[in-house]
Design a protein around this ligand. Structure first.
Ligand code: PEP
Ligand code: MG
Length: 319
């Protein structure tokens, strides 16, 4: 079975009715680029940079070390686009395992973009390193956990400032597309505002499910309630995909949902054409894409979306 799948590595990811579907990799280290290429992806849809920051005894990586790491990932992908997400520490990804967040609700606390914006100098160190790596290939810059217009404004202002700092130092940098993660329900509801400010969007279903359903994604006690097929979750995902299509901007899904082959047909039917996942999932998802006819899936997906129990129509077990 693996051998049969491996033969799909060089097959173009196109549906039966000729719709190209972009399959991308989620990576956590620059060296993961090799596995991504082997899986036959057309780029990296999510480079989780937090793993460069974690378990260093609280000492953060400097601009040069980060630049080298991002450059290694970009060069490792040999000209294919690499989406680099700014650091997402906090909640289930503490900077230091020995220093777990002591706040009562870490998932609702100072994590991701909130943590970055709380220390603008540190944030710009990462931004400069990413902008410099963009001189070596196609880079898309992605921001996690945005929810407020003020955060969007501050983030974009920091990018401008980082460019100005590189100009002042005479350092080379490249152009980047700017994107926002849609992983807080408020952001999904305000998708028009995000489309107005960003070049592309990426739906983080792991957190979107957690926050929409008020289910801690790391708490085993409530794991059975963590339901990707809850109608409210599907509604949020569908609306963001549709809004992106109307605006002519790319919407990707980079949460676990994108790598779940049982969800591929539904996401295609909702109009999704960009999926980012662990490299190990790429060929199974590609197999689903090759078998899909989006003309037939659109009506069915609308029915799933309207269903009281979407899982019954999907024919997939819940947990
Ligand atoms: C997500 O929330 O779906 C996501 C891709 O980000 P992370 O899993 O790193 O929080
Ligand atoms: Mg997330």
């Amino acid at each position: 079975e693996r051998e049969r799948l491996q033969r799909l590595q060089h097959t173009h990811s196109v549906t039966l009715d000729g719709q190209p579907v972009e399959l991308l990799a989620n990576i956590e280290q620059p060296q993961d680029a090799a596995a991504a290429l082997k899986a036959g992806v057309v780029g990296v849809g999510l480079f989780r940079t937090e793993f460069l920051f974690m378990d260093r005894g609280g000492r953060l990586p400097g601009e040069e070390a980060q630049y080298q790491a991002y450059r290694e990932a970009v060069e490792g992908m040999r000209g294919l686009p690499v989406t680099i997400r700014t650091v997402d520490v906090g909640a289930d990804k503490p900077l230091d395992k020995s220093h777990r967040d002591s706040s009562l609700n870490p998932a609702l606390g100072l994590r991701a973009i909130r943590w970055s914006l709380a220390d603008p100098a540190m944030f710009r160190t990462q931004l400069r390193a990413i902008l410099r790596a963009a001189a070596h290939g196609q880079v898309r810059l992605l921001f996690p956990m945005l929810a407020h217009l003020s955060e969007i404004r501050q983030t974009l202002a920091q990018v401008q400032l980082a460019r100005a700092e590189l100009d002042a130092r005479g350092l080379a940098y490249g152009p980047v597309q700017l994107g926002a993660m849609i992983e807080v329900p408020a952001a999904a509801l305000m998708v028009q505002q995000f489309l107005a400010h960003f070049d592309f969007l990426s739906i983080g279903t792991n957190d979107l499910i957690q926050y929409a359903l008020a289910i801690d994604r790391a708490d085993e006690a409530v794991a059975p309630l963590y339901d990707p097929l809850h109608p409210a979750v599907l509604r949020l995902v569908a609306d963001v995909i549709a809004a992106g299509a109307r605006a002519g901007k790319t919407v990707c899904v980079c949460g676990e949902m994108a790598g779940d082959a049982a969800m591929t047909r539904l996401l295609l039917g909702l109009g999704l054409r960009s999926f980012s996942m662990h490299p190990a999932q790429v060929l199974t998802v590609k197999q689903e894409v090759l078998r899909a006819d989006t003309r037939k899936l659109a009506g069915w997906s609308a029915q799933v979306l309207a269903a009281e129990e979407p899982a019954l129509l999907l024919g997939a077990p819940l947990a």
